[in-house]
Structure formats: structure tokens, C-alpha cells
Design a protein around this ligand. Structure first.
Ligand code: ADP
Ligand code: MG
Length: 212
């Protein structure tokens, strides 16, 4: 049995994470891999309740530090309940956002104390760092265009009505994370055609994990 891997998809809202994760899941399944597709936040029963709190546009009084701790609680719950057991069974776990989102969004985007975020992550999440992270990059103006296109209810959620300055700070955070761990991160230009990006992802999966 092949050993399980954790592969995360990161980037700004609308960068194409869900689109690419779906296509990668289909491709990996066709190659005979057992795949678990999961998401952040909200992969577990408790996580879904946390997500309802985080994304409710009425929750304007949600304190940034509370928001941070809610995100981290969900990630830790998701890691222990879902990701680690699946990896132990030899599955390819594809995760839509993971701890890098917390650092990029809450640390860089919202300007919370990076050291306090990192200390929680170091103890609770870092021992289980993803094997591979795809970072899809798009400009903050593309964020707005893509979210308009998507026209889902979620496009109206609290995250999507943030300013472009917020997205610029978040994008900078992602860049710094990628520079700090160049082996783990594969940065792809999310403004390319969907199929072109998919082929780049396949090629990376083939090279790294000898699949396909
Ligand atoms: N490479 C791309 N080029 C053009 N549109 C894209 C591309 N990738 C995704 N989209 C579209 O942009 C919107 C957001 O994509 P999605 O995969 O939901 O992003 P995310 O999960 O990162 O928020 C969707 O309407 C999707 O069809
Ligand atoms: Mg998505």
C-alpha cells in the first residue's frame, strides 16, 4: 500500500482551489488512488458549526482573536478526526485550505499577532505539515471578477466583501510562506486556463509521488 499523503490547495478566494481540487481528485481516482477530498474550514461535524459562526454576515461583533481561535479549533479538529486517520489508511488527502490560510488571512490579512498564531500552529499542526501545497496566485482584481462569476450564496459571505487591500496583504502573506518552504510549496499562476493549471498539477503529482 502506498503511504498516505496530505496535499493542500491554497490561495485567495476565487483563485481556483475547488476547481483544481475536484479535477485532481478525479485524476488521482482514475490512477487507482484512494482519495479523501476535504475542506477547511468545516470538514467535521463540529467544524461545520464553527464555519456557520465564521461566515455569518450578521456576526459583525466577532472579535478577530476569537475568529483566529475558531479557525484553529476547526483545523485541529479536522486534522485529528479526518486527515490523520485517512493518511494512516494510505489515502491521498486533498484539502481545500489548511494552516497556511490561517497565517495568510488572520496573520497578514487581518494583522493579528503572527507570533501567537505561529506558536499554536507549531505545537498543534506543524508536526503534521502537508506533503505538498499548491498555491494558486491571482490578482486581487481577479478575486472580485471570479466571485461575481461564481454567484453562489457563499460569494456573499463575510470573507468575500473584504477590501482589495486585505487581499493584497493576504497574497503577500502567502508569498512569504511559500518562500520560507520552497520544497513544500508549488506556486502556480491561477490566471492561466483551468486545463493548463490542471496539467501542471498532474505533472507535479507524477514527479513527487510516482503516480500515473
Ligand atoms: N483558471 C481559471 N480561469 C478562469 N476562471 C476560473 C479558473 N479557475 C476557476 N475559475 C472560476 O472562478 C470561480 C472561482 O473558482 P473556485 O474554484 O470556486 O475558487 P476557490 O475555490 O479558490 O474560491 C468559479 O466560477 C470557477 O469556475
Ligand atoms: Mg472553494
Amino acid at each position: 500500500m502506498q503511504s498516505g499523503k496530505l496535499i493542500t490547495f491554497e490561495g485567495l478566494d476565487g483563485c481556483g482551489k475547488s476547481t483544481q481540487l475536484e479535477k485532481a481528485t478525479k485524476w488521482l481516482t482514475l490512477q487507482g488512488c484512494e482519495v479523501l477530498k476535504t475542506q477547511q474550514p468545516g470538514g467535521t461535524r463540529i467544524g461545520k458549526q464553527i464555519r456557520n459562526i465564521l461566515l455569518n454576515p450578521d456576526h459583525k461583533e466577532l472579535h478577530p482573536e476569537s475568529e483566529l481561535l475558531l479557525y484553529l479549533s476547526d483545523r485541529i479538529q479536522h486534522l485529528t478526526e479526518t486527515i490523520l486517520p485517512a493518511k494512516a489508511e494510505g489515502k491521498m488527502v486533498l484539502c481545500d485550505r489548511f494552516h497556511d490560510s490561517t497565517v495568510a488571512y488572520q496573520g497578514y490579512g487581518r494583522g493579528l499577532n503572527l507570533k501567537s498564531i505561529e506558536s499554536i500552529i507549531t505545537y498543534s499542526i506543524k508536526p503534521y505539515t502537508p506533503d505538498l501545497t499548491f498555491l494558486l496566485t491571482i490578482s486581487p482584481t481577479t478575486v472580485v471578477d471570479r466571485l461575481d462569476q461564481r454567484k453562489e450564496q457563499s460569494a456573499k459571505d463575510r470573507l468575500d466583501i473584504e477590501s482589495s487591500k486585505f487581499f493584497e496583504r493576504t497574497a503577500k502573506g502567502y508569498q512569504e510562506l511559500a518562500s520560507a518552504e520552497p520544497e513544500r510549496f508549488v506556486c502556480l499562476d491561477g490566471e492561466q486556463e483551468i486545463e493548463v493549471i490542471h496539467q501542471q498539477i498532474i505533472s507535479e503529482l507524477q514527479d513527487r509521488f510516482s503516480i500515473g
